[in-house]
Design a protein around this ligand. Structure first.
Ligand code: PMP
Length: 378
């Protein structure tokens, strides 16, 4: 049997999403293909909590492609961008922007913390960036940055805000921003393979004003008429959509019936996980609960263990992830708790039990039953 997938993406999927993904492929110009694409786009507006003036894009590709698309449609060579870095994915965004010929300044927070609003404001005043980039939840540190104050500061200075929501959309409160991008394999609960982003009218306007267009495949101008056609129920083609994944995505988005309740459920699950980790004597990488993500736990390895600890958890039938951030890679491990599993208390309990048993097998004295009980003792 495959292990229970509790890494921070891809995640375990609901039976309905699995069934949708297993359907025979459909044509992108068939009624079913068009309807599922249109359904997914409408559902994106609902989950992102934006109106009809915002444009969703759904492209075949991973989260990095969504980053490319956001970066290259909102910036041009020679412009200035500020990147607030709370882990490895901010650095990735900076690399993407540098390749676009953008002048990039990074403000990097200490590991376990978000960039402070004071540091962000200082950098904005000095650099006068055209666009500010922030990672909502950095998957390498488990740190959540509140995009609210950053967006307000950017707007006040005439800059756009782009939020990397790969590890947040669906599991954290939707940010108010000019672009919020994500991927299919995390809190939205679909298989890997789709890049999703939603652009504000100001972001769309920035693309229209460009004199150096983005690479063709990620160009919003190419995709706009295609997406509009699918939403209006008309066949259209620019590049073949991943029709099977789009069907699975439409099903997954449909399962997020009440986005606010889904976000609240992720927060409650994260709180339970934190109680369980605490009962096991484990410590989180984020230095404060206020900036700890709801979607994953980045944890310090237990005393006396090394990276092989992740394999010990795996031997219990639960797949968790090792460290990712270069500064803490060898000393941390990560557990995802987003998407469908947040509706499955038994799977969360199985995960805590697997970690606890792995600790016991590493020679540590822990009360595994108490940790599992702590999950639900709120
Ligand atoms: N940003 C964040 C915050 C991520 O967690 C990830 C993937 N873990 C990415 C970007 C890149 O996404 P992908 O691996 O799907 O290209």
């Amino acid at each position: 049997m495959d292990p229970l997938l509790m890494i921070p993406g891809p995640v375990a999927l609901s039976p309905a999403v699995l069934a949708a993904a297993a359907e025979p492929p459909v044509s992108h110009v068939s009624p079913v293909g068009i309807a599922s694409f249109g359904d997914a786009l409408r559902a994106m507006r609902r989950v992102w909590a934006v109106g009809d003036d915002h444009q969703p894009f759904l492209l075949a590709g991973s989260g990095t492609l969504a980053m490319e698309s956001a970066a290259s449609n909102t910036t041009e060579p020679g412009q200035r961008a500020l990147v607030l870095v709370s882990g490895v994915f901010g650095d990735r965004m900076a690399r993407i922007l540098e390749r676009r010929g953008v002048t990039v300044e990074k403000v990097t927070a200490p590991v376990g913390e978000p960039v402070s609003t004071a540091a962000a404001a200082e950098a904005m005043d000095r650099l006068r960036p055209h666009v500010v980039f922030v990672t909502h939840v950095d998957t390498s540190t488990g740190v959540r940055t509140d995009p609210g104050p950053i967006g307000a500061m950017a707007r006040a200075r005439g800059a756009l805000l782009v939020v990397d929501g790969v590890c947040s959309v669906g599991g954290e409160a939707p940010p108010v921003a000019d672009v919020v991008l994500t991927a299919s394999q995390k809190a939205l609960g679909a298989p890997p393979g789709l890049a999703l982003l939603v652009a504000s009218p100001a972001a769309l306007q920035a693309r229209l004003a460009q004199t150096s267009p983005p690479p063709l495949y990620v160009d919003w101008e190419e995709w706009l008429p295609i997406h509009r056609a699918y939403e209006e129920g008309r066949p259209s083609y620019f590049a073949t959509p991943a029709t099977s994944l789009v069907r699975a995505m439409a099903t997954a988005l449909g399962e997020i019936e009440d986005p606010a309740a889904t976000v609240a459920r992720h927060a409650a699950v994260a709180e339970g996980m934190r109680r369980a980790w605490s009962a096991l004597g484990l410590r989180l990488v984020p230095t404060e609960v206020a900036h700890t993500a709801s979607t994953l736990s980045a944890l310090w390895l237990p005393e006396g263990t090394d990276a092989s600890f992740v394999g010990r958890i795996g031997a219990q039938g639960v797949a968790v992830a090792g460290g990712l951030h270069s500064e803490i890679r060898a000393r941390t491990f990560r557990v995802g708790h987003m998407g469908w599993v947040t509706t499955q208390p038994a799977l969360l309990a199985r995960t805590v039990r697997a970690v606890g048993v792995a600790m016991r097998e590493s020679g540590l004295e822990v009360d595994v039953d108490a940790a599992v009980a702590a999950l639900t003792e709120g």
